[in-house]
Ligand binder design. Structure first.
Ligand code: GTP
Ligand code: MG
Length: 730
């Protein structure tokens, strides 16, 4: 299972933090979702963590190193928070990093979005009561300036009681100043004291609690006393909740407050918002006045429109898959030619050693080459995904989907994890942490692997290119690719519906998600995403696929068959053994059938015959259960023409097209191609995904459930397609 752990860590692209031993100061980047924390983290540490223009990009704690005044410090980026009262799992991660004693930082860099000052000040007001040492990194000041606004930093800093440093991470502006301020704050920690303007009845009660506690020898601050009075879950209360004598003091004052009709929670929120609004209006020298409708509003009028919004969404998705299909073609031809050239040269060099020649040419070069050829498509897919993520469109897509799919119980927020699953289910499953309740989180995790990840792309492209395009043309080829990506989402709907009615009962929460301002994607982020995914793809190709292809080659090569017996069979059919008689191909085929893998495949074949798969397709499917990437190289070896790699006719497409059943019927009819693609679209062939489900749900039960229902569904649907095809004479 070592490789699956490897695949997991390389796919998730992140460093999971271990408990720090605190030989260095610990700094945490904290703030509202989408405030620019990860952008700042990357700028300070040189890391390449994922950045995107929608809330909830970061869902786990990630650690890095930063130099402060010549000394190293550890810095952590955490998921965004709207309030210290965590609701979703990603928020819990952030709150724990802040408030848990063992992980609590020496310094918090509060990342404050200047273009959303009021909302960002709300969380700050809560943070100010935690005794944490804070400096503010003020982001998105460039956006404020663009809207002709101007913030008086001195006034803001005065209100907040800490240093405020403006930064623009992608331009490296303000980083030096921020580092210096961090150094000063670490050297001289101080606590924040804000005047949040709570009603007198509350502050008086808090003062009385402080006084009484002090008299009993307990140290308590007014802010702590107010928290205990107004918040049932305030952690300060844990100190004396169990001691009846002390708790009675709190209860007494609470009665006074509630008796006076003060609703604790609303007073708390109202006071904080009133403070935030006051600080904002005093800090803006020039208030940013959007003239008429802002650009974002105008674009949204169209993109989130009830009808046009959906049409545009489908149009964008179609364009994505059509361009993946079209633009990659010349690059793929180039890689194919390169592969053939390498195979020709290497094959020539190994002429004297047939076993080694077959291993290297038919196994390794064919296997790896048949995967690397899909690199251009994978890169184009990620180019589109990262552009969509960078602009802010993802949040709109979630909004549209909530309206479209709400009836079946799928919260629109689930759409972002599901969209990420089109790249890879693992980050998608992790991203389900942003779901506001456990029930919708579970549902998102369970249907995420149904979304067609990039590892399925090669199968579709191969089969569409071999079977669909030659018969029906390029438009149908593009449409088929689009449809194959759509089917997972379509199937997810009834699954969610069933889960909703059966297992996870409960009320659906309303859709709540912030729609960020549109922005041009940062091209540096886009390029980094595309190349880092290309790297993951190549590393996977170079490890898992390499190992699997060598294994498959060996199982197919041994034991060597009995050529004399094949000759006898051939002659028995009334044919002659001669140079161009076709005997060589016949012997090759018989050799494969008699190999270890061939026998195994033929034993299992009857199970898959109703779906139209022969023993070779069956074997390729079984080999791909640990990681579906293996399927194309497996097919390459299973359908390979052996040795003739440098000839045009040896391309995998052609050999799949010309493959037949023993009775001479063609194997790959369009119906079989579709049923095979649907099988791959729906089947759960990825150990790393199962491991991720286990990790996120803390139970193998759900991992096996996902595996079971997906595999059953894949089998049933592919058999159904094949059988319907037969009825229509396919
Ligand atoms: N114009 C501008 N954009 C910024 C700035 N900082 C970040 N951004 C953009 O804001 C968006 C959000 O940035 P992230 O760094 O992913 O934000 P985050 O706080 O880590 O978000 P979550 O992980 O979702 O909580 C991205 O599109 C960034 O490119 C800035 O100073 N100016
Ligand atoms: Mg982030």
């Amino acid at each position: 299972m070592k490789w699956s752990a490897f695949a997991l860590s390389s796919l998730i692209d992140s460093v999971v933090v271990t408990e720090s031993d605190r030989t260095q100061p610990l700094i945490a980047l904290v703030g509202n979702p989408n405030a620019g924390k990860t952008s700042l983290f990357n700028a300070l540490t040189g890391a390449r963590q994922k950045v995107g223009n929608y809330p909830g990009v970061t869902v786990e704690k990630v650690s890095g190193q930063v130099e402060i005044e010549g000394k190293p410090a550890e810095i952590v980026d955490v998921p965004g928070l709207y309030s210290l009262a965590a609701i979703s799992t990603d928020e819990e991660v952030a709150v724990e990093a802040l408030l848990d004693e063992s992980t609590s930082p020496d310094l918090v860099v509060y990342v404050m979005d200047a273009s959303n000052l009021e909302r960002n000040l709300f969380l700050f007001s809560q943070l100010a009561e935690t005794n944490l040492n804070v400096v503010v990194g003020l982001t998105l000041t460039d956006v404020v300036h663009r809207e002709k606004g101007e913030i008086d930093l001195a006034v803001l800093s005065n209100h907040l009681g800490c240093e405020v440093i403006p930064v623009v991470s992608h331009k490296n502006e303000g980083l030096k100043e921020l580092r210096e301020a961090m150094g000063r704050a670490i050297a001289e920690p101080r606590e924040l004291e804000l005047d949040l303007g709570f009603p007198k009845i509350v502050t008086d009660a808090a003062a009385r609690v402080v006084e009484q506690m002090n008299r009993k020898g307990i140290d308590l601050k007014p802010t702590e006393a107010r928290c205990v009075l107004m918040d049932e879950n305030c952690s300060t209360g844990d100190r004396f909740r169990e001691i009846p004598e002390l708790w009675a003091v709190v209860e007494e004052e609470r009665k006074l407050i509630f008796g006076a009709n003060v609703q604790a929670r609303t007073v708390d929120a109202q006071s904080r918002y009133a403070w935030a609004s006051r600080v904002k209006s005093e800090s803006y020298v020039l208030p940013s006045v959007p003239r008429g409708r802002t650009k974002t509003e105008m674009v949204d009028a169209l993109l989130t429109h009830r009808v046009f919004g959906l049409v545009i969404f489908l149009g964008i998705m179609y364009a994505v898959f059509q361009s993946i299909y079209t633009f990659a073609a010349p690059f793929m031809d180039l890689i194919d030619a390169g592969k053939s050239a390498v195979a020709g040269v290497v094959g020539g060099l190994l002429e004297g050693t047939p076993v080694l020649q077959s291993l290297v040419v038919d196994g390794i070069i064919e296997g790896i080459g048949s995967v690397v050829i899909f690199l251009p498509q994978i890169m184009i897919l990620f180019l589109f995904i990262s552009v969509l993520e960078g602009t802010g469109y993802m949040a709109r897509a979630a909004f549209l989907m909530d309206r479209l799919l709400g009836w079946c119980g799928l919260n629109g927020r689930a759409f972002i994890p599901l969209l990420s699953s089109f790249a890879c289910a693992i980050p998608g499953i992790m991203a389900a942490r942003v779901m506001p309740d456990q029930r919708s989180r579970m549902m998102t995790i369970l249907v995420a692997p149904l979304m067609s990840c990039s590892a399925r792309l090669p199968v579709y492209v191969l089969l569409i290119g071999a079977v669909i395009e030659p018969r029906f043309g390029a438009v149908w080829a593009g449409l088929s690719l689009f449809f194959m990506h759509f089917i997972g989402l379509a199937v997810a709907i009834p699954i969610v519906l069933i889960l909703n009615k059966g297992w996870f009962k409960g009320k659906r929460l309303p859709f709540m998600m912030e729609l960020p301002k549109y922005q041009w994607p940062r091209w540096k982020d886009v390029v980094l995403t595309v190349f880092s995914r290309a790297k993951v793809f190549l590393v996977t190709a170079g490890t898992i696929i390499f190992a699997m292809t060598v294994l498959i080659w060996a199982l197919l090569y041994f034991p060597r068959g009995d050529t004399a017996a094949y000759e006898k069979e051939w002659v028995g059919q009334g044919k002659v053994v001669a140079e161009d008689s076709g005997f060589d191909q016949y012997a090759e085929l018989r050799q494969r059938e008699d190999s270890i893998l061939g026998r195994f495949g033929r034993a299992i074949e009857p199970v898959f015959v109703p779906a139209g798969f022969d023993w070779r397709l069956t074997t390729a499917i079984l080999a791909a259960f640990p990681a579906r990437e293996v399927v194309v190289p497996a097919m390459g070896i299973l359908f390979g023409t052996g040795g003739d790699v440098d000839e045009e006719s040896a391309s995998l497409k052609d050999s799949i097209n010309s493959a037949t059943w023993p009775d001479g019927r063609p194997l790959m009819t369009p119906w079989t191609a579709v049923s095979l693609m649907v099988f791959f679209a729906l089947c759960c062939q990825c150990m790393a995904t199962l491991a991720a489900i286990k990790r996120e749900t803390n139970s193998w039960k759900w991992a096996w459930f996902a595996f079971g229902y997906m595999t059953a569904l894949a089998y049933i649907l592919s058999v159904a397609i094949q059988q319907v095809g037969r009825m229509f004479g396919g």
